[in-house]
Design a protein around this ligand. Structure first.
Ligand code: DP6
Length: 330
């Protein structure tokens, strides 16, 4: 095969990844735990072609020219070439069905889809954990999008990262939840997660305490998921999110990802919960708020979010499958 197309979904961390023990290999400083989300997706086709004199990468029909973004993909393809012993350059076409410019998590689905499409196009037959290791080299959170449903990213201990990959905890059929994404701003976020993490690690006095509490959160989240205990999962997810943001806020200079609408949504979710609606929030390295509820409460939850001043849109997602190959051409 020289061409392959893969589809992957983003994932949202319920126990956050925020810190690395190795920058080059994206080895995390702590474990993390996520849910893969159908409703948003990346489709990527990769074709290795001996006629090419360099990698060509298209995102939503536009050729990537920004050196940093292109270099991140080319370095990733170099790793696939090294693993397969082939030297051909690649034509990469990738499409996101969600607003990339809104600053939503796109690196997870992007590198999960790229890992699968590029390794298949290069005839590498990788196991799920080998694919997860490969995806991690593109972006730490991408390692989790190889799996559907709930996935846990193992921290690993080896310096080469071969034991730092995600594992599936429960597939997408395990628990019929909804995750509503409240969009609160247009445009890219000011500090990407890679730089935000770095700044937190190097200057926040709260970084070490943040990392120290992750193993307990992982254990609590695992138990809540196994028991389908919504309230317990909400407690650990909000705690992990707020502690991650606290560590970033305490960096020097402090990193604040939230806007006033983000804060209004936090209050709105907590008020709705106090009034009896089963609901909890989480927030990544940006101003949008992801709100979880059981499937039968989706409409009620969406109405509340749309009523919050400053909310631009609400996307509805549900547990989704892991990265998989598609037959069709893009
Ligand atoms: C806040 O995976 O985007 O979304 O490994 O540098 O590419 P890199 O970082 P990335 O970080 C994700 C951070 C987060 C939390 C999470 O998804 O666990």
């Amino acid at each position: 095969m020289t061409k392959a197309t893969a589809l992957a979904h983003p994932n949202i961390a319920l126990v956050k990844y925020w810190g690395k023990r190795d920058q080059r290999l994206n080895l995390p400083a702590s474990a993390s735990l996520s849910l893969t989300l159908a409703g948003m997706e990346t489709r990527t086709s990769v074709e290795f072609d001996e006629a090419l004199e360099g990698d060509l990468v298209e995102l939503n029909g536009v050729l990537l020219t920004h050196a940093h973004n292109l270099q991140r993909v080319t370095a990733f393809l170099d790793r696939v070439r090294e693993m397969s012993g082939r030297r051909r350059f690649a034509r990469v076409q990738t499409h996101n069905n969600f607003p990339t410019s809104a600053g939503l998590a796109s690196s997870a689905s992007a590198f999960a889809a790229l890992a699968l499409a590029a390794s298949a196009a290069a005839d590498l037959e990788l196991s799920a954990s080998e694919l997860s290791v490969l995806a991690r080299l593109g972006s730490g959170s991408a390692a989790r999008s190889i799996f559907g449903g709930f996935a846990e990213m193992k921290v690993g201990h080896r310096p080469d990262g071969q034991d730092s990959f995600a594992v599936g905890l429960a597939d997408e059929a395990h628990w019929d939840l909804r995750c509503l994404v409240a969009i609160t701003a247009h445009g890219e976020k000011a500090i990407g997660s890679t730089d935000g993490m770095l700044q937190t690690m190097s200057s926040s006095p709260y970084y070490d305490p943040w990392i120290a509490h992750v193993p307990g959160d992982i254990e609590a989240a695992r138990q809540a998921i196994a028991a389908r205990d919504f309230e317990a999962l909400g407690v650990v997810a909000e705690r992990s999110c707020l502690r991650m943001h606290a560590s970033a806020l305490a960096a020097d200079p402090g990193i604040l990802y939230w806007n006033p609408t983000t804060v209004r949504l936090i209050h709105g979710v907590r008020l709705a919960r106090a009034q009896g609606l089963p609901v909890f929030f989480t927030i990544d390295a940006g101003p949008h708020v992801k709100v979880f509820c059981p499937a039968n409460e989706r409409a009620a939850c969406e109405t509340i979010l749309r009523d919050v001043e400053g909310v631009l849109d609400v996307l509805s997602t549900r547990p989704g499958p892991g990265a998989h190959l598609l037959d069709e051409r893009l």
